[in-house]
Design a protein around this ligand. Sequence first.
Ligand SMILES: Nc1nc2c(ncn2[C@@H]2O[C@H](COP(=O)(O)OP(=O)(O)OP(=O)(O)O)[C@@H](O)[C@H]2O)c(=O)[nH]1
Ligand SMILES: [Mg+2]
Length: 344
Amino acid sequence: MLSLNLEILMEFIVYFQNLTIMNVDLTYYKEGLIRSDRIILGQAITLIESDLVEDRRLADELIENILPKTGSSIRVGVTGAPGAGKSTFIEVFGKYITSLGKKVAVLTIDPSSQKTRGSILGDKTRMEELSRDSLAFIRPTAAGSAAGGVSGSTREAILLCEVAGYEVIIVETVGVGQSQVGVRGMVDFFLLLMLAGAGDELQGIKKGIMEMVDGMAITKADGDNVAKANHARADYQNALHLFQTSESGWVPRVITTSAVAKTGIKETWDMIESFLRHSANNGFFERQRNQQQLSWFYSALDSTIRDKIIRQSKDALASIEKRILSHQISPARAAQHILENLTF
Ligand SMILES: Nc1nc2c(ncn2[C@@H]2O[C@H](COP(=O)(O)OP(=O)(O)OP(=O)(O)O)[C@@H](O)[C@H]2O)c(=O)[nH]1
Ligand SMILES: [Mg+2]
């Protein structure tokens, strides 16, 4: 507990020092990352989340510089409804991964708070054991940023963790629309955690999410919950067979797990490993990574153009909004009009 608090305190001290000094440069970040300095990794994530123009410039330079050293981790997304047991599961799962001698980074996205230095405390104390593990790094990331699209900063945070030598990167997101789709687009394996309910298991789950997942884990399968969880597992497994078959050719598996009884943890890892073997063999792994890279580009392009327009055409936008609302111009024509008057 003491060492945990000290570490958090250190991070805050260094963070505030940097706010005042801010003369750190590319070499400082790059070398820090390469020697796997956790404090500098944390600072680099703060840098890429920053909206300040000069920070963004340095962040872009840093990312470009490290790109050749990225891509070697296994990227796993974990999603599920609030309270499904994601953080508790990730703590136990993360400990299992470090017990294999692998370094694990956990990035949590909190869609409700854009810039959340404050929630570091909450997340670190919730994954207390894992955050004390020298092979683990835990960090909440902001949902939106200047790095492009909803998920820009998390994507960049993944790259930073990879350069710092993290071999497995887990991205936790609460199961709400935009953030979930965003995370699906940046990970190799997408795991959905579900709590077995009392009634009809399949009612509460949308077809859309079923099509996105590579695996499901029914959580809290302990005590009185075991029978219910097994039942739910069979139901979901049947349902998943109906959603045949994604481009990967992989049929998602469903397992039961308990973070308390520590069951289903090795099974989850084994499932991910067999997915990786499968998708490496048929070329899907690389295809998916390539596709994700390009869709990141297009979403960055969208948000860059949008930012530029909003900065350059503030007055024109205000007046055209009025014309749209008084039916003098159609929204589509208005958009064209704004674009035609943009200078690049
Ligand atoms: N019995 C039992 N309880 C669990 C298990 N895993 C988590 N819980 C409890 O479920 C509650 C929610 O767990 P979290 O891990 O915080 O859930 P979460 O999905 O991360 O929640 P949010 O981040 O708020 O969306 C906590 O009170 C946990 O103690 C488990 O395996 N068995
Ligand atoms: Mg959580």
